[in-house]
Write a protein that binds this ligand. Structure first.
Ligand SMILES: [Zn+2]
Length: 220
């Protein structure tokens, strides 16, 4: 099959994961996230995998160099992929540019106040651990039938500590500084692929339509 190498850039709450999963399925792309790659590397019990396992077991973060190495190995096995969550830094973007060209870079843009609204409205079932209820709601978009109560099991809902507006804003600011701005600048000047900025404040269906239209136009 023809090359199709795509990168998604966007902060938490921009809907990146949802769009990526849908696109990967429709276009038969390998959906590559670094978390999965690291888990697979450990499972493979390769020399690198054993090294990574030891790092993770010590509770340390896997270094940029190792993540780069794992991504590089993976990209050598496929010419149809969708990268999601990598690169995270300008250095990783430069490394990636040496390892593999990209055909499309999609940036999912959402204003910060909208992201905070999206992320701070999440409510989880208090029984997510025991007995492992999957209840997850959003006070604006997918509210529970009874306020504060899980539709699936009737238990109380709670807000994760990380979903508090102040913490969310801090997280979004550091994303912008370390990832969002440097990568946008980098890919704006990038020669090999097409850089496309999307309004991700639109509904998920509209965003998806805009993505697939950009792909279709380029094929013609
Ligand atoms: Zn529940």
């Amino acid at each position: 099959m023809e090359n199709l190498r795509i990168l998604f850039i966007g902060p938490a709450g921009a809907g990146k994961g949802t769009q990526a999963a849908k696109l990967a399925e429709e276009f038969k792309l390998e959906h590559i996230s670094t978390g999965d790659l690291i888990r697979n590397e450990i499972k493979s019990e390769s020399a690198l995998g054993r090294e990574v396992k030891a790092i993770v077991e010590r509770g340390e973060l896997v270094s940029d160099d190792i993540v780069n190495e794992i991504v590089k190995d993976k990209l050598q096995t496929t010419n149809r992929f969708l990268l999601d969550g990598y690169p995270r830094t300008l250095e990783q973007a430069k490394f990636l540019a040496e390892v593999s060209p990209l055909d499309y870079i999609f940036a999912l843009n959402v204003r910060k106040e909208i992201l905070v609204e999206r992320l701070s409205g999440r409510r989880m079932c208090s029984k997510t651990q025991d007995p492992n209820c999957k209840g997850m709601f959003h006070i604006l978009f997918t509210p529970p039938k009874i306020e504060g109560q899980c539709d699936l099991c009737g238990s109380e809902l709670y807000q994760r500590k990380d979903d508090n507006p102040e913490i969310i804003e801090k997280r979004l600011n550091s994303y912008e500084t370390e990832t969002g701005l440097p990568l946008t600048e980098f890919y704006n000047k990038y020669k090999s692929g097409k850089f496309i900025e999307l309004d991700a404040e639109l509904s998920p269906d509209e965003v998806y339509k805009n993505i697939t239209q950009s792909l279709a136009q380029a094929v013609v």
